[in-house]
Every structure is written in structure tokens, then in C-alpha cells.
Design a protein around this ligand. Structure first.
Ligand SMILES: [Zn+2]
Length: 277
């Protein structure tokens, strides 16, 4: 994707210095391990890439809020979000691993863990795991309403996390299901989510709005890779002013009710908003 890079440990500090200088309040980390296996063991390794990155950021920029993605798909050789038995995802075995991942991130210093696997009971399992280890203060941002979306395409390529076979439709939500989204959000709040999320953002603004009105719980909207890529591509082709369209889009997400916006436009937007003011 134009303007978006993966970082190694050696160039992380420079990027974090830039992010903090732009007054961006938080970052969300995804890891790309050297080695993938069937149980995604690099996801919960003490010296895993995300754990190393969290420690480094907390050392150089302690005030920056660090959130981490808690899932297995970037770490498993089959590319699915959980443990696989007979070509289906084993929900309960996966919960144990997700809890281990979250604990390892909290140990490294993460402020927020973001379970994105869409397994049943994942928020409760992670909350219990964190509390047992003394991490009551670590917040959970639940990917509550995560729709099976074609807008994730560019990210999957960047994170090399496309499933080897099948897709994630058995554990992600069907795009037309607005009521199911409300149920999923309600369950996550009950299980202890500090922040709930709607993902993607742009094609689901009605879901963001509904959730805001109904729950009045901190809500994050994830402006995903495909939403970013199409605006950038049209801008590069001279079809419209990508800066204006991006800001209009982010405004729409905010207007719908999101308290937190996760976006690839973060650095652009921080710069543009400063120019405006
Ligand atoms: Zn996943």
C-alpha cells in the first residue's frame, strides 16, 4: 500500500519518534514472525517480534499508548485465526492460546490488547487470564463486530496472512447482519471489553451509529486497508483530491459516533489537521 511500511526492530525507534512528534496518541501493533507453525507459537513467545517492539516503544516513548493485535493468523502456517483440527477451528483450545498471547503482551508493557480472532468467549478468557497474572489494568479492545469483508485484501497481502485454504467466514460476520453485530457487541461488553470495535468502518457506519446510541460504551472504528487503498489509488490517478476525501471519510466515521479511529491515514491526518489549524 502506498506510504505504508513494515518495520524491523532497527527502524522502529525512528518511526515511533515521528509518531510522537505528530502527537498521535496511540499505536496498534501487528507482528510478522520469522517462523510460522501450526500453533502460531511465535505469537506468545517472550521474545516474539511484538513483545520486543512493545518493550522498545515503552522504553523510548512511555507516554504513547501501545495496543496490540491478539490473534494467531499472522503466526500460523495455515493462516487461520485459531488451532485447527480436521480443518475446523477449535474454539476452546484457541482461547487458551489467545489468553497466553495477551499475557505475553501485557508482560512486555502493552496498555491495550485487541483480540481479533472472533472466537466465542475470547474476551472473557483473556480478561480472566490477565487478571490472574496481575494485569487488571490492561485494557481489552474487542473486535466485536468484525465483518467478513473484501476490504481486508491489502492488509492480508502485507501481513502474509491469507488462509491457505477456506476463508474466515465461519468466524467473521456476514455483511448484512446488523442485529447480530449488536448481539456480538453486547456479549463482549458483558465479558468485560473496555472498548468495542466495528470493522471495517466505512461500509458499516450504520453499525457504528447503532452501537453508539445503544451501548454508550467506548467504541473504536477500524478504517481498514482497502478503505485506505482505494482513496490513495484514486488520488494517485488524479481522479479526486485524496486529502479532502480522506478527511471527509474520517469525519464521517467520527460523526457516526466512533470515539477511537484506527486508520492508515493517521500520520497524513495528523499533518493535514495541523495545516488546517
Ligand atoms: Zn486472525
Amino acid at each position: 500500500m502506498p506510504g505504508i511500511y513494515r518495520f524491523s526492530m532497527s527502524d522502529l525507534n525512528k518511526e515511533i519518534a515521528e509518531v510522537t512528534s505528530m502527537k498521535i496518541p496511540a499505536v496498534l501493533l501487528f507482528g510478522l514472525p520469522n517462523h510460522k507453525d501450526s500453533s502460531g507459537s511465535q505469537a506468545y513467545a517472550t521474545d516474539g517480534i511484538v513483545q520486543q517492539a512493545v518493550r522498545a516503544i515503552k522504553k523510548s516513548a512511555p507516554q504513547l499508548v501501545v495496543a496490540t493485535d491478539v490473534c494467531l493468523c499472522e503466526y500460523t502456517d495455515h493462516g487461520h485465526c485459531g488451532v485447527i483440527r480436521n480443518r475446523t477451528v477449535e474454539n476452546d483450545e484457541t482461547l487458551e492460546l489467545l489468553s497466553r498471547i495477551a499475557i505475553s503482551h501485557a508482560e512486555a508493557g502493552a496498555d491495550i490488547v485487541g483480540p481479533s480472532a472472533m472466537m466465542d468467549g475470547q474476551v472473557q478468557a483473556i480478561r480472566q487470564g490477565l487478571d490472574r497474572r496481575g494485569f487488571q489494568e490492561t485494557a481489552i479492545m474487542a473486535y466485536s463486530a468484525k465483518f467478513a469483508s473484501a476490504f481486508y485484501g491489502p492488509f492480508r497481502e502485507a501481513a502474509e496472512s491469507s488462509p491457505l485454504w477456506g476463508d474466515r467466514r465461519s468466524y467473521q460476520m456476514d455483511p448484512p447482519n446488523r442485529r447480530e453485530a449488536m448481539r456480538e457487541i453486547e456479549v463482549d461488553i458483558r465479558e468485560g471489553a473496555d472498548i468495542v470495535m466495528v470493522k471495517p468502518a466505512l461500509s458499516y457506519l450504520d453499525v457504528i451509529r447503532d452501537a453508539t446510541v445503544r451501548f454508550r460504551h467506548p467504541l473504536a472504528a477500524y478504517n481498514v486497508s482497502g478503505e485506505y487503498a482505494m482513496i490513495k489509488a484514486a488520488g494517485q490517478n488524479g481522479w479526486f483530491d485524496d486529502k479532502q476525501v480522506a478527511l471527509e471519510t474520517l469525519t464521517a466515521i467520527k460523526r457516526a459516533g466512533a470515539n477511537i479511529i484506527i486508520t492508515y491515514f493517521a500520520k497524513d491526518a495528523a499533518k493535514w489537521l495541523r495545516e488546517v489549524n
